[in-house]
Design a protein. Sequence first.
Length: 520
Amino acid sequence: MPAPIRSIRPVGERAVLVQLGTLSEVLGLYEALREHPLPGQVDVVAAAETVLVTADSATEARSFAARLRAMKPRPIPAGNDGIVTIDVIYDGDDLAEVGECTGLGQGGVIAAHTGQLWTAAFGGFAPGFAYLVGDDRLRVSRRATPRKAVPAGAVALADGYSAVYPRVSPGGWQLIGRTDAALWNLDRDQPALVQPGNRVQFRAVRELLRVAPTVSMAPMAEAQRPGDLVVVQPGLQTTVQDLGRPGLAHLGVAGAGALDRGALRRANRLVGNPSSAAVLENALGGLVLEARSEQVLAVAGASVLITISRTDATPRVVPTDAPFALHAGEQLSLGTPLGGVRSYIAVRGGLDLPLTLGSRSTDSMSGIGPAPLVAGTELPVLPAPPTSVVGAAEPSPAPPAAVTVLRYLPGPRADWFSADTLADFDHTEWTVTAQSNRIGLRLGGPALERAQDGELPSEGTVSGAIQLPASGVPVLFLADHPVTGGYPVLGVVLHADLDRAAQLGTGARIRFTPIPSNES
């Protein structure tokens, strides 16, 4: 019998959102897709009422609807009924408000939270974040405006679920307490403490007796051999990036990787590397590197002044989008960008840093991969294959326009907004705010009103998603976005336009233009 699918909505040009009726139907389709992936399938994310399926190309995604409607859901095996006990200090910032909203008072909220066994239904949002299902006594709405940083170990409620934030991250859930339990630890055979099917018992305590690590980022200083390059100054933010970690969204791990993938590929091509080689992603210049051995580098992306200096020679300037030598004892310095935000520094051979879940990239949302660079960080370089060929200089891309136009496909939740509101969105010049980062561009402009009341059950998200929190001010998701979210997405920016979005800094202006798409 085919899966009981209610609708299939496009999510950009490379994904679809399958709407089902019940959690058991969701898990049945999810298990079927995990056991028998569709041609071109990259990721599958189960949520409350939906399954998000992403593809490696727009062509493959167009075939998903027909294939999904013909699939038979997989019978769900008996869940793992192991009980995970989590100690909690109930002193969250929103505890009093939750008590008022539910009519239980603070003590009643604590009693209801600790007095039942919660069931882990599905994962998402971030590694180790499990959506726990309980009774309806603690059903509360999300915050109108998400917090920019929720502390690691925060115990929270939203939409009838409870959860624990595994690490510091943005979030819109109501905070009622805190724990020191390590929800995600790559040193364990099973990194996630809570697995789907587990039952969770929360236990109120007055103090936490231990501090468990929750961050998985590896310090650069732990590299296995001395660095061929040394960081003298890291600038505002410099991280290691490659093409990311596709295929792990079911673990709560977003793709991450370079925000401007075209610039990463161009820098690697110029020094003779494969496109997957790890490079440095620098935001807003200020990076100074010193070579300990002879190296060939290239810088692509933002328009920056690149200066090469040493104590016994006159400094020289080298162009972007061209390979150049960095001799032992020389220092490379990146100036403040004249256009764009992010520069990609590739070195011939690629950076020799540990792989985490198949990638060397730093994921700021998940806390996976190398920590951001600091002064003194040593960067080993892999030997270049004998067959690699250094490329010729390439034309630099045009600088960002005064107003950057980003094309998007409406949906999957455009129906949460009236036609007038969507028209207002298209006609508005949005401004990139200083709160933007690798997770997403937070935009400034008029608040948009929803046509539907209530809360949207959590569902999978993608890079390029234009999400509308209850505040009505859009957020454009970038590479380190959460795997799931509970705010409606009115559209998804085309994959080809995301590189331009990655080069937009504070104060940049954006206009969105829709590309019509048919739902199935």
